[in-house]
Design a binder for this molecule. Structure first.
Ligand code: SAH
Length: 355
């Protein structure tokens, strides 16, 4: 067999068994030019087997950019004194949901820095209020590492899903991206707790983060195989000028797309967003992501006046537009890629069966 045929065999093995050994993932990642087209052919077919041409939309509400953490890559880290900090009130959040509901959103994602101002009581009150006013909608939280008790309280208040990217599965690599006090082990424990409680759980990682190796990405794949999250967020690392990683090179769209394809084969029915970050580094990055196996887009529903403040990285797109503009622009992009937006909660396939 030629080298190219051997690599194709590995892609076929992942397609049929949803598992590769670490060394096999490394081979694929290092020699990806030879198998990219074949991978995308399979990842697209798997995506269409489970979700057809449907693309789910999530309305992203960035409700606070205060953060007590100091992640080296992130623009809203507490040490960035240039960041303009803001918080949204419950009323402002509900207004965003109202706008979003009228635009066809049936999932709202509340994302923010780890902001101690919002007590568990406040988060529960916000979640309850959204579920009361919009009972046919799902609520996703993305507010970082909390105790099991907090996660349980949010869940009992009605939160359906939780996004907590593991960032990198490798403990040593994790410690190069985060200050002492934050650990990969604790983050991974949080993810297991979220799954146990019953959330549709989202893990994920940055592609091309500083010091990342092909072995690290292979470990990310093995971690996902083991955790089996319902959602996986993958985007390129993009430097932010006021962080310690200001001068580090950004991740590439090319490798990000390849990783999306691998994840689609490893977790065939996973909810996989075409992220804003890939749209930021490539003019049609999100369309390409959909064609590589992604099936979710997350347009911004935050009030226009705060969008320029929630900057995790430089040059973020869609920070000047109204929510309605973002919704329409996305619709066109999704259709250009050959897919269609559906106005539903867009639960994971296994959760539809449970209901
Ligand atoms: N505080 C929440 C939300 C984090 S922001 C939490 O802890 O989960 C959401 C994601 O943005 C992060 O998980 C990280 O993967 C990504 N992110 C942060 N800074 C980034 C950067 N400079 N480039 C690309 N992605 C970044």
């Amino acid at each position: 067999m030629s080298r190219a045929e051997e690599l194709k065999e590995l892609v076929s093995k992942l397609y049929s068994t949803h598992h590769l050994e670490k060394g096999e993932y490394v081979s694929l990642i290092e020699n990806r030019d030879a198998v990219r087209d074949y991978l995308f052919e399979l990842s697209r077919s798997v995506r269409e087997k489970y979700y057809g041409k449907d693309v789910y939309i999530r309305g992203l509400i960035e409700f606070t950019d205060y953060c007590k953490n100091d992640c080296y890559y992130c623009g809203i880290r507490c040490s960035n004194k240039q960041a303009e900090r803001y918080r949204l009130s419950k009323e402002q959040i509900l207004d965003c949901c109202k706008t979003g509901y009228e635009l066809g959103f049936r999932t709202f994602v509340l994302q923010g820095g780890e902001d101690p101002y919002y007590s568990d009581d406040m988060i529960c009150d916000i979640v309850c209020s959204i579920k009361r006013d919009f009972p046919d909608c799902a609520v996703t939280l993305s507010i970082g590492e909390k105790s099991e008790e907090s996660y349980r309280r949010y869940f009992e208040s009605g939160a359906d899903r939780y996004l907590l990217r593991h960032e990198t599965a490798d403990y040593e690599h994790y410690s190069k991206l985060h200050p002492p006090g934050l650990s990969a082990k604790h983050r991974q424990d949080c993810l297991r707790t979220l799954k146990k409680i019953g959330y549709q759980t989202g893990a994920g990682f940055m592609v091309g983060s500083p010091y990342q190796t092909a072995e690290n990405l292979a470990d990310d794949m093995l971690f996902l195989e083991e955790l089996k999250p319902e959602m996986v967020g993958i985007g390129p690392f993009i430097p932010h000028h006021a962080t310690p990683f200001a001068d580090k090179p950004q991740g590439t769209a090319e490798l990000t797309l390849f990783m999306l394809g691998l994840v689609r084969l490893a977790l065939p029915d996973v909810l996989l967003p075409a992220t804003t970050a890939i749209g930021t580094i490539h003019p049609t990055g999100r369309e390409l992501a959909l064609k590589a196996g992604a099936n979710v887009v997350m347009p911004n529903l935050s009030p226009t006046d705060v969008r320029k403040k929630y900057l995790l990285y430089d040059n973020k797109i869609c920070t000047g537009d109204e929510s309605a503009q973002c919704r329409m622009c996305l619709q066109k992009r999704v259709e250009d890629a050959g897919y269609r937006i559906v106005e539903s909660r867009g639960d994971h396939a296994s959760f539809n069966e449970r209901k």
